[in-house]
Design a binder for this molecule. Structure first.
Ligand SMILES: Nc1ncnc2c1ncn2[C@@H]1O[C@H](COP(=O)(O)OP(=O)(O)OP(=O)(O)O)[C@@H](O)[C@H]1O
Length: 250
């Protein structure tokens, strides 16, 4: 079964249609990149998968979004419960002004977990998965805000993983980072797909080519082409995709 599926999704901000009849399926344990010029709807589409667009006024969505075969817009699901299954990492690292430890433990504390050994284990496991443990293990009581931007972003990934989502959505997770931190995030994305299904919005085409299995190219709210990343970058079927990846627009 596909992990994520969109069927004929249309999205309107007021009168303005931002997504036009988008259908696509994403297999579990893969990395999928959404690419396309600014304003083409990549982030809007990404936000459909955790119902984050619900938080924006005047948004109307038609069509179906399925996660593990379950329609998340139609069935009577608990949206908060659902969002917990879907982790999200944003463009700018957004750690809480708390200690490194408390950032990672946050989701569990909200769930009511109080057992210190459970919290300790989860914090360590999540920081290891986010390839940050060795850098911070002696500083867990320090403020998360004392970390570098790249470390803060890995901390946010650890915080996301601590609550064990099955899907991680990433909206330009490395665009605010230096090349070394970007490389670390890319390595991490590659490793994480054994456990998670990852969808990443990126402006960086080399990044899409490096980390993703499949790539979806969007233009003016339409999904123009969706295929294996190798095909999109070496043998695209549509002229618009070809023009975009060769830098003729966008
Ligand atoms: N909250 C909003 N209210 C109204 N219109 C919006 C809102 N968010 C996005 N839009 C519009 O929807 C369209 C798609 O925007 P979106 O941010 O999804 O594109 P994008 O491809 O992710 O762009 P970028 O690469 O610049 O982040 C744009 O025309 C944008 O102006």
């Amino acid at each position: 079964m596909q992990k994520l599926e969109a069927r004929n999704v249309n999205l309107f901000y007021g009168e303005k249609q931002a997504l036009k009849d988008i259908s696509l399926g994403i297999d579990p344990n893969t990395v999928t990149a959404f690419i396309g010029p600014s304003g083409c709807g990549k982030s809007t589409f990404l936000r459909c998968f955790n119902r984050m667009n619900d938080l924006i006024d005047n948004v109307r969505i038609t069509g179906d979004i399925l996660i593990d075969g379950r329609n998340i817009y139609k069935s009577k699901i608990n949206v908060d419960e659902h969002r917990k299954k879907i982790g999200m990492v944003f463009q700018k690292p957004n750690p809480f002004p708390k200690t490194i430890y408390e950032n990672v433990a946050f989701g569990l504390r909200i769930k009511g977990v109080k057992d210190k050994s459970v919290l300790d284990e989860t914090v360590e496991r999540s920081l290891r998965q986010a390839a940050l443990w060795d850098e911070v293990k002696d500083d867990l009581k320090k403020s998360a805000l004392s970390l570098s931007g790249g470390q803060q972003q890995r901390l946010c990934i650890a915080r996301t993983m601590a609550v064990e989502p099955s899907v991680i959505l990433m909206d330009e997770p490395a665009s605010a980072l230096d090349p070394l931190s970007t490389a670390k995030i890319e390595e991490l994305i590659y490793e994480l797909k054994s456990k998670y299904t990852i969808v990443i919005v990126t402006h960086n085409m080399q990044q899409a080519a490096r980390v993703s299995d499949k790539t979806a190219f969007f233009y003016l709210g339409e999904l123009i082409e969706y295929n294996t990343t190798t095909t999109i970058f070496t043998n695209p079927k549509k002229e618009q995709t070809h023009n975009y990846i060769t830098g003729r627009f966008g």
